[in-house]
Design a protein around this ligand. Sequence first.
Ligand code: DQA
Length: 137
Amino acid sequence: MQLVIINGPNLNLLGKREPQVYGNQTFEEMLAEIRKAFPSIDILYFQSNVEGEIINKIHEVGFTADGIIINAGAYTHTSIAIADAVKSIKTPVVEVHISNVFARESYRHESFLTPVCKGCISGFGIKSYYLAIQSFF
Ligand code: DQA
């Protein structure tokens, strides 16, 4: 099984960025743990701060990968274009968030992605990614 994790804007700063919200680990550290926990799964990783690059990656892997796990960061709450990309592909997509977006500012309560994804996992820190991977079994 091949799964692709796509992280959006500012998630390259995990470990440095608002550690009280997002923790102290870098995503690379998290990814090493995730890969160790799921040795039989081919887990590809892509991060970009650029909306169009995220869309291009969704198009690139969205007809061949078995699943996409997307944390679109703040684009979650703004991007019709990313939602349209998710709608356009065959691969099922699971939305994840490290923080519980519903316990935060009201502008984070809206997601353009949730209606076009298989499901949404929010609020479990790095475990949100584990749970998203498990949802594909
Ligand atoms: C986030 C939540 C978003 O609201 C925020 O803009 C992020 C990270 C999360 O993982 O909790 O960048 O997607």
